[in-house]
Design a protein around this ligand. Sequence first.
Ligand code: SAM
Ligand code: SF4
Ligand code: SF4
Length: 386
Amino acid sequence: MTERKTPRIVPLVDLRSASLRTPAAAFAADTQIVATGLLTDTQQRPLRDLRISVTDRCNFRCNYCMPKEVFDKDHQYLPHSALLSFEEITRLAKVFVAHGVQKIRLTGGEPLLRKNIERLIEQLSALRTVEGRPLDLTLTTNGSLLARKARALKAAGLQRVTVSLDGLDDAVFRSMNDVDFPVADVLAGIEAAQAAGLGPIKINMVVKRGTNEHQILPMARRFMGSGIVLRFIEYMDVGATNGWRMNEVMPSAEVVQLIHAELPLVQLEPSNPGETAERWGYADAAGQHDQALGEIGVISSVTQAFCGDCNRARLSTEGKVYLCLFAAQGYDLRALLRAEASEADLASAVGHIWQGRTDRYSELRSALAPDAGSGMRRVEMSYIGG
Ligand code: SAM
Ligand code: SF4
Ligand code: SF4
C-alpha cells in the first residue's frame, strides 16, 4: 500500500495575476455599503469566517496539494513585496470583522514559515466582533515547526490549532509529505500544542484511497479519548496540478462505516451553522455518546456539498479575496489598500463583493459526472489556503 505510485501531475497554469474588478458602485456616494455585521450574499449566506493565507511557501510537498514535480526549484513564489504586510492584513481583517466575521484562520502554504507570525497574531487577537467578543482565532499547520513555536503562539493570543496529519505509520507519512519528514516530529508538535493550551486541537487527515486508508483505524484509536478531534477530509479536486481522480476519493460514509465496525459511533448535532464537519461521537456500551471518548468529524466536500451555508471568504497571500475554494479569480484588495482607499471605501468594496457572491461549486459539481471538475482552471490551495 505504501509503494510510490507515479502521480498524474498537471502543469501549473499561473492564475495569480488574474483578478476581478471591485464593482464600481462600491465607491459611489449613493451606493456605498456601510458595515453593519449583517452582510449576506445572493443566497442569503452571511459572512462569518475569514481564512487568511500568510505565505505561499511550504516545507512539505504533499502530493495532493503541492506536487514536487510542479512546485520544484524553478517554481516562482511571490516576492516579499507582493505579500500583504501584517498591518495590511490587520486592516483588512478589521473590515471583514465589521461585516460579521467571527472566526479567523491563518493558513498558507505553511503559516509557521512566515517570519514573526506571532506579531500578526498579537494584532488580530486585539480585534473584537461586532458583538464585542474576542474572535475565534486559529491556525492550520503541518505541525513541523509546532514543537518549537507552540508556547510563543499561545502567548501571542492564538486560541487553538488544527494540525494536518495523514497517518501514523512513519513510511506512509514520509511518502505523503514527500520530503521525508518524520511523523514523530509532528506528534511532538501536537503534544507541545496541548501542553501550551492551544486547544481544543483538531487534526485533519486527508484520506486518499490506495494511499492511506489503512491509517484510518490506527489514527482513530490513537486520538480517541485524547481530547483531540480527528477529522477525515475527502480528497478534493482543489487546484489543478494534483491530477485528482474520483476513484482516489474515499467517501466519508465509508470512513464512518469502517470506524463504526470497530469503535461504535453515534451521530451528533452540528455545533454551529456553516460547520463543515459532520460530527460523530464514540458510543458507550448503552449506545450513548461517551464524552470522555470524544468525537470525530468527517468533511465530505466531494460527496456531500455544503455550499448552502458556506460562510467563508479567503484572503490570499497577496491580498486577493476569493469567494470559493474552487474560484479561478479573486478581487484585488491590495490594490485598494495601496491606492490609499479610506476605511469606508474598503468596507464598501467588501460589502459589494460579498453581496454579489453566487458561488456554489461543490453543489454544481455533484450535478456533473464524476471527474467532471478535474480539468477546470482554478487557483491552487497552497496559494489561498484550505
Ligand atoms: N500547510 C498547512 C497544513 O497543511 O495544515 C496549511 C495549509 S493546507 C493547504 C490546509 C489544509 O488543506 C490541510 O489540512 C491539507 O491537508 C488540506 N488539503 C490540501 N490539499 C487538499 C486536497 N486536495 N484535498 C483535501 N484537503 C486538502
Ligand atoms: Fe504544505 Fe499544507 Fe499543502 Fe501539505 S497541505 S503541501 S503541508 S500547504
Ligand atoms: Fe463554499 Fe465553494 Fe466549498 Fe461550496 S465549493 S462550500 S461555496 S468554498
